[in-house]
Design a protein around this ligand. Structure first.
Ligand code: C5P
Length: 243
């Protein structure tokens, strides 16, 4: 194998220099962490499953006009992506109360929300990713008002699409997190979806039993993490070429 320059290493993924300028290789690790890295494990095969699930959603989102960084999958753990300037925000979209929203507002997990709710969190490990408002985002120049509008509109489209795709295979999409980047074209930056869409970044419950099929199995020590991720991939029909 050839030596590639590592651009960035995160908790679950590594970015390497790509074959062409403006491209990167995104490598999916088996490592998982929660609660700002205070809980860690290696889940064998997770990277392969998330690479495949994220490929599936990014490809399908692209085909309905939600442009994103994905170019093509290279092998079991790697995909070729466009290099974008990551906006330092996590955009969370919620359909049903769970997780930190349930905690903060005292809503029972599983309670349907009156409408889908979008929240922004600052990507900052030292501060444990605090929630921020549009006021903070524009005051500190993390994104412009136009970019916030673009991210919200794209996130709602992604939510509609994912709701349909998961709903069709008997999975309820409770909430999810996405990240966006800027693709510079001269002095204009287009906002596009980046990062990944996988059971690490979504809350997914079996529509019949409400059994959790996502990263909460790891966070809450429910066991059978890989078995559930594999079942999500199987239902989506992306298991054909998996080991
Ligand atoms: O913890 P919380 O309820 O705020 O998470 C909302 C959604 O965002 C969940 O689907 C969770 O998996 C995702 N998330 C994430 N990465 C984080 C924080 C949350 O993918 N750092």
């Amino acid at each position: 194998t050839t030596r590639r320059k590592k651009i960035y290493e995160g908790k679950a993924k590594i970015l390497y220099e790509g074959p062409e300028p403006g491209t990167l290789i995104q490598y999916f690790k088996d490592d998982t962490s929660a609660f700002n890295e205070t809980k860690k494990a290696v889940l064998e095969g997770k990277g392969v499953i998330n690479n495949r699930i994220s490929e599936y959603f990014m490809t399908r989102l692209n085909s309905i006009g939600v442009q994103n960084h994905f170019i093509k999958r290279l092998n079991l753990r790697e995909q070729l992506i466009r290099e974008v300037e990551i906006i330092p925000l996590q955009v969370v979209c919620r359909n049903v109360a769970a997780g930190s929203l349930s905690q903060r507002l005292g809503l029972p997990e599983g309670q349907a929300l009156p409408r889908s709710i979008i929240e922004f969190y600052l990507k900052d490990d030292k501060l444990s990713d605090p929630m921020v408002t549009e006021e903070h985002i524009t005051a500190f120049n993390w994104a412009s008002t136009q970019e916030i509008d673009d991210m919200m509109a794209l996130t709602l489209r992604i939510n509609d699409f994912l709701n349909g795709a998961f709903g069709a295979v008997g999975i309820s999409l409770i909430d999810f997190k996405v990240e966006f980047g800027r693709l510079w074209e001269g002095d204009y930056a287009r906002v596009m979806l980046a990062d990944e869409i996988s059971p690490d970044s979504c809350r997914l419950w079996d529509a019949q039993t409400n059994e959790k099929m996502d990263k909460d199995r790891f966070r809450r020590d429910l066991g059978d993490v890989i078995e559930n991720y594999t079942e999500v991939a199987r239902r989506l029909g992306v298991m054909k070429e998996m080991p």
